[in-house]
Design a protein around this ligand. Structure first.
Ligand code: PMP
Ligand code: GLN
Length: 382
């Protein structure tokens, strides 16, 4: 985890949030909402604390939440999971990712991700000692080239990591992309690790869990998290589900990462997962409106907007403004105009970064007046 100059790595989220705070900028960098999730869930967590639910939860999570995860997967996707052996609760999706990668891959293996990729995949593959291979997602719609995807697989490919809906691009993968991944995972006998933390945040398209495709479930570990669905990113409650042997392997590692995860939040999130469908669709609708407001502002500022179908994020191409280095721009932006964004090249290996070098990622999970103010400030860039 060393930077290019040998210094200790600092995540881009930490770096940009620090700059945003220093310059009192509007932080559209790190993806977290600026409003709390449902008051009822907050009340349930407070009640759990008041009632004394403050000691270690069972290592694999409280039964009520494991059951709620299984019920949620059945209700939305028709997937079944045994809460005893096929579901564990983790400290955010981040710990589920770490546990699965560290448990199942190691030196001599290859782990394949799309590129750009969420930063923790690269870090965890590095810590596992496996080699990190990538297949490029291509602008403007950020889909992989299905005709050449197989070239990214090899007999050493132990795991393929899918992130759908995809951070940072906002792509939501259609069935044909997922089917090709499943076909190749079967052919090369790879485990599929799928990070679906934005599963409920899609705009006009349906999220398809890869585990629902024929032949996928028996080799797929699915990860999600309460942070994005319920707007409580600080509670750090995530989960992982799939075949018992794969879940058991991840659980073995999880024991030594955190042992167990925030007790009073677990029962609150169980109630969240059981909320009526309207809650989930309304959350996505509200977010879609925010996407549109920020996108409009970005367009008015002369930027090329690459419209996302899901997540918290919209990407823009700054090349239209004559900018070729989005990373340098992102470091200057908070001071320059009082807005912070994340450069997309940091989600790529150095060899792949040229494909995204003029792209910036803006988070729109913020109050509307803030998005409007950010758009006004961005207009001064042109
Ligand atoms: N995966 C992706 C794709 C993310 O964007 C994030 C950040 N929300 C995470 C995992 C981490 O989730 P958590 O905060 O639940 O650890
Ligand atoms: N997932 C969030 C994002 O992409 C940030 C999480 C973090 O700070 N590690 O912005």
């Amino acid at each position: 985890l060393l930077g290019p100059d040998g210094s200790l790595a600092v995540t881009i989220f930490e770096e940009i949030t620090t700059l945003a705070n220093q310059h009192n900028a509007i932080n559209l960098g790190q993806g977290f909402p600026d409003e709390d999730g449902p008051a009822e869930l907050s009340r349930l967590a407070q009640q759990a604390i008041a009632q004394g639910n403050n000691q270690y939860a069972p290592g694999k999570g409280i039964l009520d939440l494991r059951q709620a995860v299984a019920e949620h997967q059945e209700r939305f996707y028709g997937l079944t999971a045994d809460p005893e052996t096929e579901v564990i609760i983790t400290t955010g999706a981040t710990e589920a990712i770490a546990s699965a990668i560290l448990a199942l891959t190691g030196p001599g293996d290859e782990v394949l991700t799309f590129e750009p990729f969420y930063d923790s995949y690269g870090a965890m593959i590095g810590l596992s000692g496996a080699a990190h291979t990538t297949a490029a997602l291509l602008a403007p719609d950020f889909m992989p080239d299905l005709a050449t995807l197989e070239r990214s697989f090899s007999p050493r490919t132990k795991m393929v990591v899918i992130n759908n809906p995809h951070n940072p691009t906002g792509a939501v993968f259609p069935r044909e992309v997922l089917s090709e991944v499943v076909r190749l995972a079967i052919k090369y006998d790879a485990v599929i690790l799928t990070d679906e933390v934005y599963e409920h945040l899609t705009f006009g398209v349906r999220h398809i869990p890869i585990a629902t495709l024929p032949g996928a479930a028996e080799r797929t570990l699915t990860i999600s998290s309460a942070g994005k669905t319920f707007s409580f990113t600080g509670w750090k409650i995530g989960w992982l589900s799939g075949p018992a042997e794969l879940v058991a392997a991840a659980r073995t590692v999880k024991q030594f990462l955190s042992y167990s995860s925030g007790t009073p939040f677990q029962s609150a999130i169980a109630a969240g997962l059981r909320m009526e469908e309207g809650f989930f669709t309304d959350t996505a609708k509200t977010l879609e409106r925010k996407r549109d407001i920020l996108s409009e502002g970005l367009r008015a500022a002369g930027l090329d907007v690459l419209t996302p179908q899901g997540t918290y994020f919209v990407n823009v191409d700054t090349a239209a403004l004559g900018i070729t280095d989005a990373t340098a721009l992102a470091r200057r932006l908070p001071q320059l105009i009082g807005v912070a964004a994340i450069p997309v090249p940091v989600f790529c290996h150095p060899e792949g970064a040229h494909r995204t070098r003029s792209l910036l990622r803006f988070a729109f999970c913020k109050k509307v007046p803030l998005l409007e103010e950010a758009a006004e400030r961005l207009a001064t860039l042109a």
